[in-house]
Design a protein around this ligand. Sequence first.
Ligand code: GUN
Length: 291
Amino acid sequence: MVRLACKKVQKKVEEELKAKTDLLISKGNRAPSLAVIMVGDNGASRTYVKNKEDACTRLGFMHFDYRFSEDVREDELLNLIDELNKRNDVDGILVQLPLPKTIDEKKIINRIDPEKDVDGFSPINVGRLSLEEECFIPCTPKGILEILKYYNIETRGKKAVVIGRSNIVGKPMAMLLMQKGIDATVSVCNSHTKDLSSYTKDADIIIVATGKVNTLYSSMCKNDAVIIDVGVNRIADSTREKGFYLKGDVDYDSFADTDCQITPVPGGVGLMTVIELMENTYLSCVRRSGI
Ligand code: GUN
């Protein structure tokens, strides 16, 4: 088995982005800036948000952080988004998902100006992506393409299977893999798919994004498949300092004696999501300042 370590890929993207950002600032432009809105105190969300803020600090981006308790009213969030949409010194607006059930997630995302929607979740950006127009590409799928490129993994004419159809990963991933220039032949599976193995056994590239451990194991795959594990599952373990450890959606150990190439968890796709968010924020800054 070959481990597709993503730290190297993340480092390369970050170094290039830092150089571009430094150049932008040396030309007299202000630094790119990101507003992050988080509601409630979900442990995983807190970690993601901290990683985003740390990345802003490393790159010299400005960040504005807004924290709300679970009982925040929807109109408070909508008013804040309206204000951030108007502000010239904000390039990107990110609302950390999931939101509490009392809040209409669609309404919130819809309110973000598509030109500041660095997550690429608004209907305008989703539409632009499907039409292969300039848009903000959702960060996790964008990072996965970067991993494939870094490791010279051919996509043209290859059979790709995406397991999971979420708006954040599965759907945009499938859309990207079938785009002109990437040219894979894509199947999208979900929890109702009958005989998942009949799809995965044939696949050259498998993207697993179900949020369920052991969705994929070696006997379901060709001996030399490329496997991208998007899952980040917290497994309770009282012997660990934090009381849990992280495991992906793939039964990683079962691949030990195969020639498959697999992204690990942790140290895999998660690293790329954050740096691609920074890249999108930089792009927004450049587009908005007309450089
Ligand atoms: N929750 C899990 N992944 C993401 C993401 O990429 N963006 C946002 N906003 N929330 C998330």
